[in-house]
Design a binder for this molecule. Structure first.
Ligand SMILES: Nc1nc2c(ncn2[C@@H]2O[C@H](COP(=O)(O)OP(=O)(O)O)[C@@H](O)[C@H]2O)c(=O)[nH]1
Ligand SMILES: [Mg+2]
Length: 329
């Protein structure tokens, strides 16, 4: 059943309604499942026109600050900007969500912007479990630029590539490649690489880093779109490179649309969305099975104590699940 008021509010640009709707779809309670389903289904026909951009990089690289600058630039160009951010530290401190919002000082006061921080707790893959669904809601609410800030811890960045059109990898010049998790896979998933904080003493360092990386980039296999990432220098504080980044994203988006690549990528992403949703649904059915609920704590303890291997334990639980006659939700 559709939450009519929530949907109407969201469609009419009521940010509070959009916020509530995203809270609903993040729910894992079984009773909310049909409401979530109805809401996302209702939103889908109104989506698909936005440019979806992933912003990745290690904590502290300057993602939130750059999003503030880039998002403001987009609004100046007449767009409406939604930011979906995972906050890696909120789990620990409980307070840094506010910190993230204040880091988007300019954007957070604009009526054309919607900023949604999500605590990292319980999320995997660098994006929230329901980020894809949240994008659908934001698009139905009229946002045509969706910026997804990811947690950015190594291989996790790749997950965002399944939900966005373009990915920007942010690097700090001179911070050490290993530290920043600059592995091949990460760079292969980037459409654009920007060295951040290219201001003051950081300006020259960023220039150097760009020259150093340029050679390595040419050795990468091209993206599905047929290109390799462009290298840019940005400073959110001085504003340098922000418009260049914005223009470059527009150009890439247009060329991917014209070539048909965007359409192909999005179709693949729909199938990925299907698979993820099945994974999650199966897991929920499994976790709610009375016999699994009954046996799972002991078996988990046995794995922790080393008296059962994870393989044997998984096999045992799965066998129990398969032969369970319990009614399935
Ligand atoms: N000098 C300078 N500092 C920046 C810039 N962008 C961000 N910072 C600082 O870097 C720190 C981390 O920024 P933040 O956006 O929170 O990084 P995030 O963890 O990747 O989202 C903050 O103290 C910012 O003030 C920049 O362009 N220039
Ligand atoms: Mg941040």
């Amino acid at each position: 059943m559709l939450d009519g008021d929530l949907f109407e509010g969201l469609r009419n640009g009521d940010r509070a309604a959009l916020g509530k709707a995203i809270t609903l779809i993040e729910s894992d309670r079984a009773v909310d499942a049909s409401r979530i389903h109805a809401l996302v289904e209702a939103c889908l026909p109104f989506g698909g026109k936005a440019m979806r951009i992933g912003i990745t990089g290690i904590p502290g690289v300057g993602k939130s600050t750059l999003i503030d600058a880039l998002g403001s630039w987009m609004i100046e160009k007449g767009h409406r900007v939604a930011v979906l951010a995972i906050d890696p530290s909120s789990e620990r401190s409980g307070g840094s969500i506010l910190g993230d919002k204040t880091r988007m000082e300019r954007l957070s006061v604009r009526p054309e912007a919607f900023i949604r921080p999500t605590p990292a707790a319980g999320n995997t893959g660098g994006i929230a479990r329901r980020t894809r669904e949240a994008i659908a809601l934001c698009e139905a609410a009229g946002y045509d630029r969706i910026l997804v800030e990811t947690v950015g811890t190594g291989q996790n960045e790749l997950e965002v590539d399944h939900i966005t059109d373009l990915n920007v990898l942010l690097l700090i010049a001179g911070a050490g490649d290993e530290l920043q998790g600059i592995k091949r896979g990460i760079m292969e998933a980037a459409d654009m690489i920007a060295f951040t904080k290219a201001d003051g003493a950081g300006r020259e360092r960023a220039e150097h880093a760009r020259r150093d990386l340029q050679g390595a980039i040419s050795l990468l296999p091209p993206r599905g779109s047929g290109r390799r990432p462009d290298l840019l220098l940005t400073s959110a504080t001085s504003g340098e490179g922000v418009d260049a980044l914005g223009e470059a994203l527009n150009d890439l988006f247009e060329s991917d649309r014209a070539s048909g690549y965007l359409d192909v990528k999005r179709r693949d992403q729909l199938v990925h969305w299907l698979d993820r949703t099945i994974d999650r649904g199966l897991r929920r059915v499994f976790d709610q099975d009375p016999r699994i609920i009954d046996r799972s704590p002991d078996i988990r303890d046995a794995v922790r104590n080393g008296t059962k291997s994870p393989f044997a334990a998984a096999e045992e639980l799965l066998r129990l699940f398969r032969t369970s006659g319990a009614p399935r939700p």
